[in-house]
Each structure stands twice: as C-alpha cells, then as structure tokens.
Design a protein around this ligand. Sequence first.
Ligand code: DX5
Ligand code: ZN
Length: 215
Amino acid sequence: MAIIAPSLLAADFLQLQKACDIVNNSEADWFHLDVMDGRFVPNISYGLPVIEHIKKAAKKPCDVHLMILEPENFTEAFRKAGADIVSVHIEACPHLHRNIQQIKSLGMKAGVAINPHTPVESLKDILQDIDMVNVMTVNPGFGGQSFIPHSIHKIRELRRMIAERGLHVKIEVDGGVTLENAQAILHAGADVLVAGNTVFKSPDPIATIRQLKEL
Ligand code: DX5
Ligand code: ZN
C-alpha cells in the first residue's frame, strides 16, 4: 500500500490548522513540507517558523523537502523545527555524502531529490546510504504543474537499481500526481505519493486521500 504524503504547499495558508486536521484525520501517512529559497528554485515558500507550528499540530511524520542551496546550514534547525525526514537536492549539493551523514547524525531519515533532467544513474554511489529518493516529476518550485510523462521510465529504472542491489530505499514521487496517473506511478515502482493540488483543491480532501490510499 502506498505512503500518501499530502503537500501543504497547496493548502490555504490562513487555515493551516484545518489542513493539519485533514492530514491527521485521514489515511495519509506523512506531511510533505516544501521549503524553497528563491535561489535553487525560482520561488519562495515557507520556512522554519511555519514548520515549527505545523509540527505542533501534526500527528504524523514531517517529510521536509529542501529546495535550497547549502542545506547544511539549516539541517539542524529543521530537525529542531520538527523534521523527521529531510530530502536535499543532488543538484544543490556538491558534497552530498556529507549532507546525508549530517542528516542521519541528527537522527532523521535522509532523502535525495532529483530534478526531471537528472538521470537516476547519478544516484549509483549514494543509494546505499539513503532512505529515500524523491523523483521530481515536475520542475521544482511550484505546485499545480503537470506530471512529466518521461518520469515513469525513471521510476521504473530506479526501482530496478534498488532491487538489484537488495536495498530498501523508498521511491517518492513528487509533482503532478493525480487520481488518474497515480496507479501507473505506483505500478512503475513508487512507494510514496506526494499530492498537493490533487488533495487540497479537491472538494473532499479526506475522501481523495482515501482514494489514493486504496489504489
Ligand atoms: C514542487 C513541490 C511539490 C508540490 C507538489 O516544487 O516539491 O511537493 O507541492 O504539488 P502538486 O501535487 O500540486 O504538483
Ligand atoms: Zn516537494
């Protein structure tokens, strides 16, 4: 059964408590929290104080997706704010292995996110050290974009790489996940579905989460 991680980026920011209640009271598994710095990606979202507040309301793990340069400067602060899982971008980290060591040494699960143009092969020498890969299926920076179809091949290929090596790395798929394409994404080998607009812009988010969970 898939892990469902609703992205609060698509929630009403004036009603964050309500959004947290939706995730808490649904079959969702994690909170997906998108942090953008206006440098690595062309947008700014929210940061530490907001996550600190979400953490107080959250009854499920917080999966923090850092779309920022030099994440090492903030890893500890995100741990303190309540992150349980932290993903950093391969494209933003020349010393990726050190980033992963830092995240794990702080007691968090470590993920690596890859942009749509980054080949899954680039994970070859880090895969054994991480808990999760976030396969970005849109260009990071904005919610509500369309799933890039080629991503299906990447997910399948990554699943094969993980299986061949007998690893237990989770594959998270992030961007443009809908009720229509989720089945194919899972079939290709995804473990975690991130869904922003599909959940929070739906008339009944809890029912939509249930539908994703039942796929
Ligand atoms: C995009 C973020 C995504 C985003 C997904 O940069 O990483 O997590 O919130 O939103 P949807 O599901 O609306 O594409
Ligand atoms: Zn994300």
